[in-house]
Design a protein around this ligand. Sequence first.
Ligand code: IMP
Length: 192
Amino acid sequence: MQQLIFATNNSHKLKEVAAKIEGKIKLYSLDDIGCYDDIAETGATFHENASIKSHFVHNKYKLNCFGDDSGLEVDALNGEPGVYSARYSGKPGDHTGNINKVLKKLGDTTNRKARFRTVISLIWDNKEHFFEGVIEGTIRHEPSGTKGFGYDPIFQPDGYTSTFAELSLEEKNNISHRAEAIEKLLAFLATV
Ligand code: IMP
């Protein structure tokens, strides 16, 4: 079985990705390989940040690996929080603070259109490949649901009446931005 490092320690992301590639690829996290470095996300785009993560791990361990960067883009906020999704409120990983900031900035705005985007940078046999996934939706006026992570409680995917945080892992994994990017990565790996 092919082996691949996922340059993350985000347990939610790991769970989502592991569910997608189980039985096809043996996946290792940064914890699994004993990598405890703080990889600074200093890029201005999802592509740059995904690339920083994959190159850091590849340069250090010389293993096939991928990094991802993802976030929420809200049309009425000119694409914010974008690459700042994880630290929008100022405190990294403060999901409640991030959600409150989006809701406050949006106020009663009627244009609630938004999307999640994931970009994956895979380094396979010393070459970099990008894969992207997008899910369109709208921002609710109030959070709802307890599953998932991040902005899931305020994001309602188009065609659904539930937020991401009200869907099961399996339901989210059928349609999410990350799932789409991972499916493209798997399709690529099936050809090498
Ligand atoms: P990253 O770990 O640098 O990719 O930052 C991603 C941030 O974007 C997370 O901390 C979340 O705030 C947000 N995000 C990305 N994907 C999702 C998702 O599937 N659901 C909810 N929030 C997400």
